[in-house]
Ligand binder design. Structure first.
Ligand SMILES: [Zn+2]
Length: 263
């Protein structure tokens, strides 16, 4: 007699839903109960399939998962949140995908992290409520670095603890973040890059108070510099692929006149 397969229930956000084989979708989930989970939604490439509505990037749902041979199988679900903005706004979708990539790479499997999950849902709600994508991307990434124990030093020297008073600060992920002038000179880390101190201070403030996403204003260039700093830091710690990042850079580049070659 075959044993009934073991079914578990999770609260999940779909980070990625990729085509898998001819008919299925493979879902990468961040869950409240079990960290990162990969699950197969059988037949979900067909729009009329029962699982198709939940097998979409950015959906939040309660999911019932059964043990499968290679992956767990999605057997049933109840939708808790459907992304609307992500389906209409390619910039917001790209920002989400950048954060989703960090979550996919850094979230451990089999670990209960209510704090992380609840904050991810808070960020999902802010994005859906219309938060500017660039600000959202900066704040979400700073908070995730902290959740994953990768938070860099921003307002004090990573090596000697001195306050940073200079206008331009060397930031080097390999030594843990920002450096004072003395340490930057004596240690001169190979991955050091220079950023305005004001950008580091803004990142520190946003880490402490993510609600500042609604009120903090910086020049557009400063937001871009903050993103570059965060990118620099993530790349040192994780094997980020950069696919979503390239799309982001294309979308946020100043509009150039189209040069269409006529042959
Ligand atoms: Zn120092």
């Amino acid at each position: 007699m075959r044993q009934r397969s073991h079914v578990t229930t999770v609260t999940a956000l779909v980070l990625r839903a990729s085509a898998w084989g001819e008919k299925d979708r493979l879902l990468v989930l961040v869950t409240r109960e079990r960290g990162r989970v990969v699950a197969l939604a059988q037949g979900a490439q067909r729009l009329t399939n029962r699982l198709a509505p939940v097998a979409q990037t950015g959906v939040i749902a309660t999911m019932w998962l059964a043990q499968g041979r290679e992956f767990e199988r999605l057997t049933d679900y109840r939708i808790l949140g459907l992304p609307r903005r992500l389906r209409q706004d390619v910039v917001a979708l790209t920002a989400f995908c950048l954060v989703a990539e960090c979550l996919e790479l850094a979230t451990p499997t089999g670990v209960t992290e209510h704090g992380l999950f609840d904050e991810v849902i808070w960020f999902w709600e802010r994005l859906e409520a219309g938060a500017p994508a660039v600000k959202w991307l900066v704040v979400a990434q700073v908070r995730l670095l902290w959740h994953f124990g990768l938070m860099p030093h921003l307002i004090r020297c990573a090596l000697c603890g001195a306050d940073l008073e200079q206008d331009a600060v060397v930031f080097a992920p390999s030594v843990g973040g920002a450096l004072c002038e003395n340490c930057a000179r004596s240690k001169a880390p190979a991955d050091g890059e220079v950023f305005p101190n004001a950008v580091l201070q803004a990142l520190y403030a946003l880490w402490q108070q993510p609600q500042l996403i609604d009120t903090l204003t910086l020049r557009p260039l400063s937001w871009q510099q903050a993103l570059l700093l965060l990118r620099h830091h993530w790349r040192y710690h994780l094997e980020v692929t950069g696919k979503a990042w390239r799309v982001w850079q294309q979308l946020s580049a100043p509009t150039q006149p189209l040069r269409v070659r006529r042959g």
